[in-house]
Design a protein around this ligand. Sequence first.
Ligand SMILES: [Zn+2]
Length: 130
Amino acid sequence: MPRFGKKSKEQLDTCNEKLRRVFNEVIKTVDCSVLEGHRDKDRQNALYKEGKTKVKYPSGRHNKLPSLAVDVVPYPVDWSDRERFHLFAGFVLGVANQMGHILRWGGDWNQNWQVNDNKFDDFPHFELKE
Ligand SMILES: [Zn+2]
């Protein structure tokens, strides 16, 4: 059974309990890495300047503590493998759903279960409404 590494655990520990529960379940089946949970002001605004996020601090869900958003990728990550991100996200959303949590994924922001109408792809990103 796959297990999170130290860095993944540290990042997941900064997240809301629901996100922690979901990904602690996901890791039992699919090996994955938690890239980032909570994001401080400097980091958020640096990413904003790079165009990697659409929101400035403190509007992002990563800016809450515990974090309401988490960035997770299948391990080992291959950024060019779009289909693998979609498969992974489908699994994550399904696991969350089974636990009674609705997550919003960065590959389907409007949550219409269509991926071709997504304007800003952020495949590692999963967030909670509250
Ligand atoms: Zn994110």
